[in-house]
Design a binder for this molecule. Structure first.
Ligand SMILES: [Zn+2]
Length: 99
């Protein structure tokens, strides 16, 4: 395995961990650092894996582009993912309002 594959596996592992412990800030920081050191552009699948965190941060008034610059860049370029993101934001908004 080359370094890129190892990094990718680590990122996937962290994403799995993050899903199980969404309130663990250390995992969040580790994941965002990984996302930043990941120099390649993200695929749609990778964006889908991060998009719920991205949307939640956005709704909390944080700036998710600071943590996930590659997701932000992908959303700017990919109309399909942007549509998904906007649909997710709308859905989360409904959930938050009804709570
Ligand atoms: Zn995409």
């Amino acid at each position: 395995m080359n370094v890129k594959q190892k990094m990718r596996n680590l990122l996937i592992w962290l994403q799995g961990l993050f899903r199980k412990t969404p309130r663990n800030p250390e995992v969040k920081v580790a994941l965002s650092m990984m996302a930043m050191t990941h120099e390649q552009e993200l695929s749609c699948d990778e964006v889908h894996a991060l998009i719920d965190q991205f949307a939640e941060m956005h709704l909390r008034g944080e700036n998710p582009a600071n943590f996930f610059p590659l997701v932000q860049r992908h959303l700017e370029m990919c109309p399909e993912c942007r549509e998904e993101f906007e649909a997710l934001l709308a859905a989360l908004d409904v959930i938050l309002v009804s709570m």
